[in-house]
Design a protein around this ligand. Structure first.
Ligand SMILES: [Zn+2]
Length: 235
C-alpha cells in the first residue's frame, strides 16, 4: 500500500527516523503489520518498533484515546507529558515530537500525519491534549458519582501484560481530546470534534511499549465508538 505521509518527506525512513523535513510532498510505501479495534472503556498494550508508524484512528466516530509510552529497553523512561508540553505546547500536531520524561527528555515519536481539522472553537479549545492528565476511578466517582474504571485503571490493566504495575501509568497524550484554558487559567474540555475516518500517525523514534485506553469519559461525546489501531513498517 501507499502510506499518505501528508505533506512530509522522511529522509531515509526508517534508517534516519529523526530526519523529518517539514516541507515537500512524498508518499512512502509501507506494509500493514497489525490492526485492531479497542472498544470503549478498554485498553491494550503492544510494542511499536523503532521506525514503525502507529496510526490511531476513528473508524466509526469520536473516541478520545489516552496514550502512554515506555522505552522498551528501560521502562522507567516514560512519555513525558510536561516535557512535551514545554517543548511543543498543549496541543501537539503534525511535525511535533512526543518526548520522554526527565532525566532523558528524548524524542519518542514524531507526529507525521493528523487529519483532525484544528479549528479553534469560540472558547479557544483545540484537539489533542497534554494538559488534562487522565481520568480515574477516583475522579469519576467525584465528578459523576460513577464507581467505575477510568483511564488510570484501564491503562494499568493493559500494561500488566508487560509486567508493569499500576504506578507505571503516567499522564497521557490525550489524542482527539479537545481542551483549552479559561480566563483564570483553569483547563476545561469540550466534546471531541474528531469525525469518522480521522487519524493521527506517530513515527517511532525508539522502540516503545505503547498502552492506550479508549477513554470511557464524556469528552468523546455520547457515542460508544471504538478506537482503531494500525501498525505499519517499511517493507
Ligand atoms: Zn479517560
Amino acid at each position: 500500500m501507499i502510506f499518505p505521509l501528508d505533506s512530509f518527506t522522511i529522509t531515509g525512513w526508517p534508517h534516519c527516523v529523526g530526519a523529518v523535513k517539514h516541507r515537500g510532498k512524498r508518499r512512502v510505501s509501507v506494509k500493514l503489520v497489525d490492526s485492531f479495534l479497542v472498544p470503549k472503556a478498554t485498553g491494550r498494550a503492544f510494542v511499536v518498533q523503532k521506525g514503525q508508524v502507529l496510526r490511531i484512528s476513528q473508524p466509526e466516530g469520536p473516541r478520545v484515546v489516552d496514550f502512554n509510552a515506555f522505552n522498551r529497553d528501560n521502562c522507567r523512561e516514560l512519555f513525558g507529558s510536561s516535557v512535551t508540553r514545554r517543548q511543543v505546547g498543549i496541543h501537539p500536531s503534525v511535525g511535533d515530537q512526543l518526548f520522554s520524561c526527565p532525566p532523558w527528555e528524548r524524542p519518542m515519536f514524531t507526529i507525521v500525519a493528523d487529519t483532525v481539522k484544528h479549528e479553534p472553537s469560540q472558547s479557544g479549545t483545540r484537539s489533542h491534549d497534554v494538559l488534562s492528565g487522565r481520568c480515574s476511578r477516583v475522579r469519576r466517582l467525584q465528578q459523576y458519582g460513577s464507581d467505575s474504571p477510568g483511564c488510570q485503571e484501564i491503562l494499568a490493566a493493559a500494561i500488566e501484560a508487560f509486567g508493569l504495575t499500576s504506578d507505571y501509568v503516567h499522564d497521557p497524550f490525550n489524542i482527539f481530546m479537545k481542551t483549552g484554558l479559561n480566563k483564570v487559567g483553569r483547563s476545561f474540555w469540550e466534546e471531541s470534534d474528531a469525525v469518522k475516518g480521522d487519524y493521527i500517525d506517530l513515527l517511532a523514534i525508539m522502540t516503545c511499549i505503547v498502552a492506550i485506553s479508549a477513554c470511557p469519559g464524556r469528552s468523546s461525546g455520547p457515542g460508544t465508538d471504538p478506537a482503531g489501531v494500525e501498525l505499519y513498517k517499511n517493507p
